[in-house]
Design a protein. Structure first.
Length: 133
């Protein structure tokens, strides 16, 4: 879908939403979180390649367990906004590729993760759910 933004009087331009290469990750439908990629209890690594933007960055990574959510934001260093380490996830952008790694879930609770990315004024999010069973 195209996004239309207005920058001023009569100045309208179109930007395309971020498009990702097709992958075979299984999606789960959760009652309160919506559509999300199912992560096994053992954890794992997930890679996403953006097809229409050469570079993008991580805005934030939300990690939720029960009613507690922690918002993890990237630090600004020599590779701005390219890596976020959370309590049980790590997310990294290199060029047009996002990699998200999950540690094993050794708790009795489900884990819900939202990775928000941006390519300027275009935003997207990838959702995950890691169940304890």
């Amino acid at each position: 879908r195209d996004l239309v933004r207005s920058r001023g009087l009569g100045d309208v331009y179109k930007r395309q939403a971020m498009k990702w290469e097709k992958n075979n990750y299984e999606e789960a439908l959760t009652p309160s979180f919506g559509k999300a990629i199912g992560v096994p209890k053992s954890g794992g690594t997930y890679t996403f390649k953006c097809k229409n933007y050469k570079n993008f960055w991580i805005e934030y990574v939300n990690e939720s367990v029960g009613d507690k959510t922690i918002k993890n934001v990237p630090s600004y260093d020599d590779k701005p906004y390219s890596e976020v380490k959370g309590s049980y996830t790590s997310s990294k952008v290199e060029g047009n590729t996002l990699t998200v790694t999950f540690a094993p879930n050794e708790t009795q609770d489900g884990r819900y993760v939202r990775v928000a990315v941006s390519a300027g004024d275009i935003f997207d999010k990838i959702m995950f759910v890691q169940k304890p069973e």
